[in-house]
Design a protein around this ligand. Structure first.
Ligand SMILES: Cc1ncc(COP(=O)(O)OP(=O)(O)O)c(N)n1
Ligand SMILES: Cc1nc(C(=O)O)sc1CCOP(=O)(O)O
Ligand SMILES: [Mg+2]
Length: 220
């Protein structure tokens, strides 16, 4: 059953990943996720943008990652692919401004799946809130090399004005270029958590990186 407070808590360290972030290797992706979950990742999003996987391979990867999440008590989200989220009965699905519209996603997934939407402006965030979204991914916070079509960085000030506009109730994560060095200012600007790819996939130890991010989120 959906619970906004559980979602807010588990979004503290939100790990977004696909094989394209892990040398296009399914085994490496699974190993990095397993290690990162040990470090305290509370939400995992499968974001497969590589198109190098067959549909069956993507489903199987999703199943493996979902099982790891269940074992560690983390939430499992699917990016973009609403049908995959439904097939796996994921905890949540994330869509951007150019993906399936929020109302259609809700119609497709029903009332019990979390829906996250991307927002870079107050207008986008308020439209998502009015449409009944469960959480927002705000970005790009900083320059990122993990998403070729990320927009201009909005920085902590961009997130702060979105937080002011939507109020305290709606869970928000910052995303895009977030590192151990700048995560604190994202939380201080009003985010409930940080969504990252490279801060974990490129760390020597994914679990240590996740643990360090969790420490920052909890103490700021
Ligand atoms: C938590 C979170 N926030 C934002 C995004 C970006 O979604 P989108 O704008 O649809 O871009 P793609 O990820 O699909 O390239 C996200 N995935 N997760
Ligand atoms: C998936 C994604 N969405 C973004 C947005 O701005 O909406 S930025 C981004 C990539 C995040 O990767 P990294 O932590 O390595 O910068
Ligand atoms: Mg998308």
């Amino acid at each position: 059953m959906k619970d906004r407070n559980v979602l807010r808590e588990k979004m503290g360290v939100y790990f977004v990943v696909g094989t394209q972030d892990c040398d296009y290797s399914i085994e490496r992706t699974v190993a990095i996720v397993a290690d990162a979950l040990q470090g305290g990742v509370g939400t995992l999003q499968l974001r497969d943008k590589g198109s190098k996987l067959t549909a069956d391979e993507r489903d199987e990867l999703g199943r493996q990652l979902q099982l790891l999440c269940r074992e560690s008590g983390a939430l499992f989200f699917v990016n973009d692919d609403v049908d995959l989220a439904i097939r796996l009965q994921a905890d949540g699905v994330h869509v951007g401004q150019d993906d399936m519209k929020l109302a259609e996603v809700r119609e497709a997934v029903g009332p019990n799946m979390y829906i996250g939407v991307s927002a870079a402006t107050i207008e986008e965030a308020l439209a998502a809130q009015t449409g009944g979204v469960d959480c927002i991914g705000v970005g790009a916070m900083y320059a990122t090399s993990s998403k070729a079509d990320a927009g201009e960085p909005i920085g902590p000030e961009g997130l702060r004005v979105i937080r002011e506009a939507v109020g305290r109730e709606l869970p928000i994560v910052g995303i895009g270029g977030i590192t151990l060095q700048n995560a604190a200012e994202v939380i201080r600007a009003g985010a409930d958590g940080v969504a990252v790819i490279s801060a974990i996939t490129r760390a020597d130890s994914p679990s240590d990186a996740a643990r360090a991010l969790q420490g920052i989120v909890r103490t700021v």
